[in-house]
Write a protein of this length. Structure first.
Length: 649
């Protein structure tokens, strides 16, 4: 139902409503935010403490002692700081507040006189400061520390950590740049670019935006900085994966404006693409934004799982080629889905098109939410779409695929999940000074903002994503005219709209958003109903693993079959083309969820005794009852087989 085109310029036209002005009041997202605040963040603090990550910042570690710091430990703790700060903006917790103050103090106290912060380099390899950008994660951890400082400042208004971040940023800007005595390099793991734009937006100091742009502009240029750097490194300082194929793994194979396909390590890629969108939004760089649009299109149309997962190579956590989306041997890292949410959200601010919000929602509700258990204290690193626990025995990866882990040696995902979930209020709405006001995500929430000079309060009431009915009340302090933009998700084929109880049959839809422009009065109510039938989804025929298979989707949620719900091996189950689907809300199952029930077939095993193969004509099947649950809820009961893609009879 998309009609019309909005004229686009490469500048940020929409601004997220600040987190402090949004309250998530319930629903699935509210439940997850509550569990994150009460369980996950406390759990991550304990594990960062137990594993030595927090103590490493004290800079007291000596060679030969246990808990040797790792090169990206600071980032794990910094993301925890960010998550804790965002959480405390909405949930009072004196114990968490005290822990946050202690960790922030450690970071500030670890800062060197010139501004440098990095516990690993300072304690373990001081001789390698800024000498191994490709593999060393220095600029990556610096970025997370800066983002943590911005979040802390937003939480409490105290600028002590922000000042430290500015000193760090100033020092980095002195070391890196186009000047004669400056380093012309850029990070092996992108992240600092996102952080520098945040620091610029917070302080208004153009130095930080210029440095973010410098890192992007230099990346992939010739002669290769990484190749020059590697000539001066010891063999044990070089990671063969990152240098493969002319540094394609780290997106340094060509200049960023010339990149047409999403390649390499998926987290690094989407952090970089998000930063490209940020810099384009601030500078008006149309070539940079054009690259963002190409790369987003390539991801969403060729290289993304139905769950919103990205990165299909288990070997290198990376994008591979178009339509290569293996279900059991893939990866779809939790961090990568978080990074895709970041990228999509930034694209929305320049070009408010629902195709970006659709991807943001898909990744959030499926891949991201799957990354943490219902209990809130175990985690997935990879998020596969097919699991056979007995067969999952890949070197270094087997245990992380078939069950969530208490923790990981590379624990980037837990706190990355938590910082996103604790800040989700900032992803629901965007607005401009005079409007329009966009609603990108539907969830019970309240928001207070100004349209022009008029205070406006808006409230959503809904059981989304379990139900497609959304009631929005609009309460301006005085009558005010502006456009309210309501997203019609790509999965929704039919919808109905009422304003103050009156059916609306002639409304404009701009880039996937219903446009309601009117003079709003206190007491106005909008009712949007998105029909949510069960949909049989097929994938592009070039995704060879899914040929002859379907997936079940209802609303934004992808479903899966788990062994504990079904009477047969889920990988052998088939659904007839005329299968009828019934849905019901089971309040006793997995914290309460909508399940899909239908009838299907499973092979008879009686005739297989002593045989591995036999003629197809001999095989017979019997009817069975089939039950599917939302993918994000899998692996919260007994371990067993799981599949998203189901055979079609």
């Amino acid at each position: 139902m998309r009609t019309g085109v909005l004229k686009m310029s490469v500048k940020r036209k929409q601004f997220p409503v600040e987190l402090k002005d949004v309250e998530i009041t319930g629903g699935l997202i509210g439940q997850r935010a509550e569990k994150n605040a009460k369980i996950s963040i406390a759990d991550q603090y304990r594990k960062c403490l137990k594993t030595g990550r927090i103590d490493a910042i004290r800079l007291k570690w000596k060679a030969g002692q246990p808990d040797k710091p790792h090169q990206f430990w600071d980032s794990d703790v910094a993301k925890w700081v960010e998550a804790a700060a965002y959480t405390l903006m909405k949930h009072k917790n004196s114990k968490l507040a005290a822990q946050l103050e202690d960790v922030v103090t450690l970071f500030i106290q670890s800062q060197q006189p010139e501004g440098y912060i990095n516990s690993y380099i300072m304690a373990v390899e001081p001789e390698y400061r800024w000498k191994n950008l490709q593999n060393g994660h220095e600029l990556y951890t610096a970025g997370h520390i800066i983002e943590a400082a911005v979040a802390y400042y937003q939480y409490c208004g105290n600028d002590r950590f922000l000042k430290a971040a500015c000193r760090f940023g100033d020092y980095i800007a002195k070391i890196f740049g186009p000047g004669k005595d400056q380093i012309k390099g850029y990070p092996g793991h992108q992240e600092i670019e996102l952080a520098l734009v945040k620091l610029y937006r917070t302080t208004k100091n153009p130095k930080y935006l210029e440095l973010a742009k410098f890192f992007l502009d230099r990346r992939g240029t010739q002669p290769s900085y990484f190749k020059q750097e590697a000539a001066n490194l010891a063999p044990n300082q070089i990671n063969p994966i990152t240098s493969q194929h002319n540094y394609l793994h780290v997106q340094a194979h060509k200049p960023v404006r010339e990149q047409h396909t999403a390649v390499g390590h998926a987290v690094r890629a989407c952090y970089m693409y998000g930063a490209m969108a940020d810099v384009a939004a601030e500078t008006g760089d149309s070539s940079l934004f054009s690259a963002c649009r190409r790369l987003f299109k390539n991801i969403s149309e060729n290289r993304m799982y139905i769950t919103g997962g990205i990165g299909s190579s288990q070997y290198s956590e990376a994008f591979t080629c178009n339509y290569n989306l293996p279900n059991m041997n893939g990866y779809a890292e939790t961090c990568a889905a978080v990074a895709l949410v970041f990228f999509a959200h930034r694209m929305l601010q320049i070009d408010p098109d629902s195709k970006y919000a659709d991807v943001m929602e898909r990744a959030l509700y499926n891949n991201v939410l799957a990354g943490v258990s219902l209990a809130g204290n175990t985690y997935f690193y990879a998020n596969l779409l097919k699991v056979v626990p007995a067969a999952v025995d890949f070197p270094n990866h087997g245990s992380i695929h078939s069950k969530r882990q208490n923790w990981m040696d590379c624990a980037c995902c837990p706190s990355n999940y938590s910082r996103l979930i604790s800040s989700l209020g900032g992803y629901i709405y965007t607005s401009a000074r005079q409007g329009p006001l966009y609603i990108h995500l539907y969830t019970p929430s309240k928001v207070e903002l100004k349209i022009g000079r008029t205070p406006v309060r808006l409230e959503q009431q809904t059981d989304y994503p379990w139900d497609g009915k959304i009631i929005i009340s609009v309460t301006p302090a005085e009558p005010v005219t502006f456009s309210l933009m309501l997203r019609v998700p790509q999965w929704c084929e039919n919808w109905r709209l009422k304003v103050n109880g009156i059916e609306q049959t002639n409304v404009a839809v701009k880039k996937g958003y219903i446009l309601l422009r009117r003079q709003w009065l206190a007491g106005d109510a909008v009712e949007l109903t998105l029909e949510m039938p069960v949909q049989r989804i097929v994938s592009h025929p070039d995704v060879d693993e899914n040929v002859g298979k379907i997936a079940l989707q209802r609303g934004p949620l992808v479903y899966c079959l788990e062994e504990c719900d079904n009477p047969a091996n889920v990988h052998a189950i088939s659904l007839p083309t005329n299968a009828e689907f019934k849905t019901r809300f089971d309040k006793a199952l997995l914290g309460g969820c909508v399940v899909i029930e239908t009838s299907g077939f499973a092979p008879d095993k009686a005739g297989w005794s002593g045989r591995l193969y036999q003629p197809a004509a001999i095989e017979s099947q019997h009817p069975i009852k089939v039950k599917a649950v939302p993918y994000f809820l899998w692996c919260n009961r007994k371990p067993g087989n799981m599949t998203v893609w189901i055979n079609e009879a």
